[in-house]
Design a protein around this ligand. Sequence first.
Ligand SMILES: O=C1O[C@H](COP(=O)(O)O)[C@@H](O)[C@H](O)[C@H]1O
Length: 233
Amino acid sequence: MATSGYSWTEFPTREALAGALAGAVAEKLAAAIDRRGGGLLAVSGGTTPGRFFEALSTRDIAWDKVTVTLVDERFVPPSSPRSNAALVTDRLLRNAASAARFMPLYQAAENAAEAASQAEAQLATLNWPLDAAILGMGTDGHTASFFPDADALSTLLDPAGARAVLPVNAASAGEPRLTLSMGRLVGAGFLALHIEGAEKRAVFEAAMEGNDKKPVRAVIEASPQPVGVFWAP
Ligand SMILES: O=C1O[C@H](COP(=O)(O)O)[C@@H](O)[C@H](O)[C@H]1O
């Protein structure tokens, strides 16, 4: 399956997907290190990326020249089982990848808006654009923290917005969120969507075909290059 907006690659197993995605990301990071002296990677949280993180963590690249940040984060401290930062620390920043620098989005601020401003200031020190960004997707069609019921969704989905990090409030999200902006995500040299299982495949296909535009489709449509969709049953 392929459109101008995305390329679809399916794998027989989740392990095979994790290995292939890890290989593709490691290649992009190694090329960035050669080209500009360092690599910048943004990864998603949730339940899906653990296997991919473990595969990537063993890839032999100059991890001491790589900065890892998050596509999005729940407004919870790293001690929370819902922390995306904790997932990255436990499953990615190990083995060879323990040498990477991690820039979390969560800040111990009074609220998500303040945390987003603080994260924005910290991320301004990085060497943009992202070399690779790996998105996930929820069964509601959200990706990053672009939830279908988020306040000011059109602002969140605006690729021309000036911000790098935005606060998100959505009733369905569980807690306030922080997300990289659409502009920073679709500016990545390599943008992939990692989804697994029949339900997410059906959600993705419906989002791409239906009139009810889900946020995942907005990202695909905003991307100047085809998004690589990696799927396994
Ligand atoms: O809340 C989130 O959900 C999505 C999808 O998570 P999954 O558990 O269905 O894999 C994830 O991509 C995002 O980073 C996370 O904050």
